[in-house]
Ligand binder design. Sequence first.
Ligand SMILES: *Cc1c(COP(=O)(O)O)cnc(C)c1O
Length: 408
Amino acid sequence: MTNRRTFLKTAALAYPASQLLIATAEAQAAYVAPTSFSRDYFAEIGVKPFINAAGGYSAFGGARMRPEVAEAIRYGTYNKAKVDDLHDAVGKRIAEMAGCEAAMVTSGAAAAMVLATAAAMTMGDQEKIEQLPDTTGLKNEVIIQKNHRYTYDRALVVAGAKMVEVASEEELRAAIGPNTAMMFWLLANHNPDGDNIPMDRYLEISKEHDIPTFLDGATMTPPASNVIDACKLGFDLVGFSGGKGLRGPYSAGLLLGKKDLVAYSRANSSPNSRALGRGMKVAPEEYVGMMVAFETALAINEEEDFKRKREIFARIVNQIGPIPGLKAEVIVDAGMVDELYLDLEWDQDQVKITIDEFVEALRSGSPAIEIRMLKFAGGRVHISSTVLAEGQEITVGRRIREVLMAAT
Ligand SMILES: *Cc1c(COP(=O)(O)O)cnc(C)c1O
């Protein structure tokens, strides 16, 4: 998963702004006016819209679903099937695509974590399922490495489990006992300190003790093929966000892995009205939407997708035009999966505006624009193209020019 990433990073960094000024007439012609809607709901209720040039952050409304996904969702709202039949079939298709035994659609990766934990504690026993989050008499400990503690680990305790933190193989062996329900792993670059225990050892030890393992790979897309790779790592269950890099429905996610554990996870979820996960309901149209999102994401030719994104950035750079002291460069973010950003940097003696002021100016302008700001290395500002609707890049480029020129 990393080799190609490293390669792309190097390649991308050698791609200066001057070479970006290649926006062809063809690319300009690709501009399509935003779809017109019969009503402007946001305007009617006084909600202020914004152009998302930051990326698919949850608070910013997630990713933009591809047209195929929106179409699948529209289909799903018209055509009704029994929810369990539909989930069986969708799960089977997703599992085939991912190359794993079974799959289900969850209400996000966080719900996948809750349901996986509930499954590991109850193992399909309806009485135990109804008892949660009271874990009296149940295995109720989830082992997590110290360096894998993160914001979302709260989802591991929602079903009533307790986290047991370990920092070494010794501690892991000592922590495993009759109450161990599951062993957790975070697949991400969120843990800069690395893993406390190597993955292969962690998995070997879990197998020795027959303890189900769960891997959170929520952010590890694109490419969607990382889901397939994650399924091969040897974990019993893996969870992914549907509304991030896979560009599925905002509230959907995937839980994939062993047939029995996926079935137990489903038993802890809607439509089982006595299940703890009853409130983590997924709409039937989202089942179809998530399936099509995964299918569409897998079919994406990444080289072509990068080319398309570079063209979007080229149009932005074209709109910004030459500004003394400004450097614009397409980069692959080292801290994330394969994602391109347009990195902007300027000499503050020539363009007298700080990064914070720049972000604020775009945010409070008309139309409002959000970009990505990273706090490290003295602060970086990045433009993401993933959520931009067609044509919005022109507005983004023009606004950036206005704001920067006003500071020269
Ligand atoms: C976003 C995220 C989650 C939660 O994902 P949702 O699909 O929003 O529920 C879990 N784990 C990691 C690492 C994430 O980045």
